[in-house]
Design a protein around this ligand. Sequence first.
Ligand code: PA5
Length: 316
Amino acid sequence: MDNKEKFLSILERFPKHIQEAAQLGTEIKLKPFDKIVMCGMGGSGLPGELVKSVVKDVPVILVKDYTLPGFVNEHKLVFAVSYSGNTEETIDLYHQARTRKAQIVVVASGGELAELARKDGVQVVTVPPGLQPRMAFAYQTIPLLDILKVGCDWQRCAHFLESEMEQTKRESHKLAQNLGKRIPLIYSSARFFPAAYKWKIDFNENAKMHAFCNYFPEFNHNEINGYDNLNGDYVVFIIKDTDDHPRIKKRMEVVTKIIEGKGVCVIPVPSKGPDMITRLIWTIWLGDWISYHVAAELGVDPLDVPVIEALKKSLD
Ligand code: PA5
């Protein structure tokens, strides 16, 4: 099986990932906490984006850097997520969280982080190895949503995706053709930003191309000016959800007219699914599929990320 075929089989197994992921982390027990700090880089930063979008009764802070915020103490819950378990930023943050006596849960397939957690008696959600971190999205995210008691009916979610498989393949192929060789600019509401962000990193890592994302209403206050002085060949995707705030819906309509008026193609992408989390996950999966088709069209390997690997090695 070459990498293109492997990637395809991972995409087709995604509904199964959801069912399997729902079995992980069921033994994790939490003590009370007053803030959640999500640590994780790149593909392992995605669970943090989802948790931030879904958890509404406790502040959620994302850390994608080397330094924990000053407020982290024994009342904070820190998730240290690293698929390989060997990402230096996340390992650094883990050590800082230990020093500050925070409650920590590690999410990893193995590596140094899992080893440290085992030695320190820290709880671990062990995710299956052998995938690219961005393709282990369900395994890394679903257990956290369940641990935080904000998950959904995962069987229903998986069945919905299964039932949408053929249509999603066709739809994503058409969207990939609409994009062609242009640069995608992906916009969504803040709630759906995890999907916009996943589309961006899928284009970056699977199709090896530039892509950028932003969210409503924030980008209406800055980035929208860029359309006055176009410096690239772009296609705009606007991810829309039925429960978007009415003013966001209005902004999406108005902004579409403004951008189209500047001669840039705008493609609306309505989310699908029986509940908000399923709609978010389906939209993320749609982005995975689009990047697969774009990678095929560009003739690039959708799985391996040699530039990231080389960069990590040269930092050793
Ligand atoms: O998708 C990727 O390969 C990267 O974005 C990685 O997720 C990132 O470099 C962090 O590695 P890990 O997920 O192993 O912590």
